[in-house]
Ligand binder design. Structure first.
Ligand code: HEM
Length: 147
């Protein structure tokens, strides 16, 4: 087990960018943006109560970048695309998501090489999550879509 503070591998990307503290700032800043975004927040099952969503995203990202494997222990295999099926991830939703993640990355201000690696990952991952076409002139999707 790992308390989330001490990186297991000092050469991991997770450790290089500042470990748990960096990911806490990243995810807190990201979700502050989401909370203020009418279009995105309508999709979150727990509404403005985002502590659970924050914890899931943070543990996932820490694990993905070589830190503690808490996400796997708590949630099993990520299967991220499948876990997003209940939510209409439109191109507009992806763009909003990325806009908040860009602001969060600006807050952690990584050296350019690390910034580029992480930003490239977010752009590819967010595009891979698309599952619904944009609906022009339609109101924002309300709540989680029930399959
Ligand atoms: C492209 C736009 C995206 C939208 C609109 C979106 C939306 C959501 C929503 C509504 C949830 C449920 C919140 C909750 O867990 O309570 C969720 C969960 C999650 N999202 Fe996204 N997401 C997007 C992209 C991404 C990307 C790019 C990643 C990773 C790099 C990601 C990682 C996660 C994780 C780890 C969870 C929790 C999964 C679990 O249940 O264990 N999401 N997302």
């Amino acid at each position: 087990m790992n308390d989330g503070e001490a990186p297991q591998r000092p050469d991991s990307f997770f450790a290089m960018v500042g470990g748990h503290r960096t990911f806490t700032t990243l995810v807190d800043t990201f979700y502050a943006g989401v909370a203020d975004d009418e279009y995105l927040i309508a999709m979150y099952p727990e509404g403005h109560e985002l502590d659970g969503a924050k914890h899931r995203l943070q543990t996932f990202l820490e694990q993905y970048f070589g830190g503690p494997t808490t996400y796997q222990e708590e949630r099993g295999h990520p299967r991220l695309r499948m876990r997003h099926f209940p939510f209409p991830v439109t191109p507009k939703a992806r763009d909003h998501w990325l806009q908040h993640m860009r602001a969060a990355m600006d807050a952690i201000a990584l050296p350019p090489m690390y910034d580029a690696v992480m930003w490239d990952y977010f752009q590819r991952a967010a595009t891979a999550m698309l599952n619904t076409p944009d609906e022009h002139d339609a109101p924002p999707p309300a709540g989680p879509r029930l399959l």
